[in-house]
Design a protein around this ligand. Sequence first.
Ligand code: GDP
Ligand code: MN
Length: 417
Amino acid sequence: MITWRSIARTFQRHHAPFRAQVRQLSLLEQHSHKLLQEFKLPVPPGFLVTTPEQAKQVVSVINGPSVIKAQVLAGGRGKGRFSSDGQSGVRRVESPNEAFRNATNMLGYYLTTAQTPQDGLKVDKLYIYKAVSIAQEFYFAMTFDRQHTAPVLLISSSGGTNIESNVDKLHKLYFGLSTGITDEIDAYIQAELGLSDSEMKDIHQILVQMLKLFKEKDATLLELNPLVRSEEGEFVCLDAKFGFDNTARYRQEELFGLEERSPEQEEERRLAELGLNYVRLEGNIGNIVNGAGLAMATNDLISLYGGKSANFLDVGGTTTKQALSKAFGILKKDERVKGILINIYGGIVRCDMIAEAIVSAAAETGGFKCPVVVRLQGTNSEKGLKLIKQSGLDNLVVEPEFEKAAQRIVKETPSVE
Ligand code: GDP
Ligand code: MN
């Protein structure tokens, strides 16, 4: 069966830039740190802040060099760029005042990394801890190798933000969930990483705890990167990534309760509850359409004429005033939307009814501030278009032909520089 969502996915695949639709559990740092702590894995004690004043205060309590990290559900922050000052999402600060200044340039701004959408993700929380002086960065991960249907350890002595370009330096070790971290595994790791006996003792403990977490929490991925050896000779995990089996959702209620949805995911979920199908895209033309096929065709025509859609928004078969009000509300809140195309096919519901719904929903949500092109097709479409023309609503134009309607909205929408 062709579902609406599968069409949206296909569209996204073919029309770059892409937006990853990851449905794995994502955890923000404050939660992943808690989870690591619960399993006695060493993490620096951190503080979550939401204002520059709090950032300043935390760093004055830490009383030394500190690290400030943007809390977003995407990696690559250390190499990311903020919309404010072009600096990254992981920053070292030396003083409370420097913390204040940096937090001011992070909170409320967008961070773009290799793993975020082009426009980045908005940052409204920061995580701060005392800076660790790093002697060496390691990469330690535990996951399932599907080909071998066995759990595997991935280890590297060149961890950190360049791990992708160092994959050839990864050591791969298969192990058994019940046999665990054996002497053989320890011996191999110690030799490959060149660790002293006492260092290896610490690493063994870390691996044992990693495995415990992995098993008890139904993880499919547990990645510590970087796990660092500090100048003082202690091992500390500075960043971690988790993957959990979605089917474990019911067994791991507490864990999934911590799940953080991105604002976009949250929006999609809310809308689905209202019977609206919504997927955010990267452009500036908002579309309100009924039916998946029409949504697809509309987006295609818009790109054909050089425009870019900001979303899919399928109001569903009945196209009620209620659904349209919701749809208008969403597009209004989306600052990127600079033009709207309403493209409705009146099948079961007559076009004059739909026109009435459009007009009253528009009036209810306070009219339109950007150009809106309406195209109605089907039973009573002429009557419907006439109703809209006569409504006296600002910025609203009607265009009975599909191609012309798409062309027109592309022309009317101010292009983004
Ligand atoms: P990511 O870029 O989103 O994966 O963020 P990470 O939390 O992994 O941080 C990126 C990099 O910042 C790490 O690989 C470290 O090199 C560096 N970093 C993070 N915390 C500290 C710290 O306490 N001290 C130092 N010297 N570097 C740090
Ligand atoms: Mn990292």
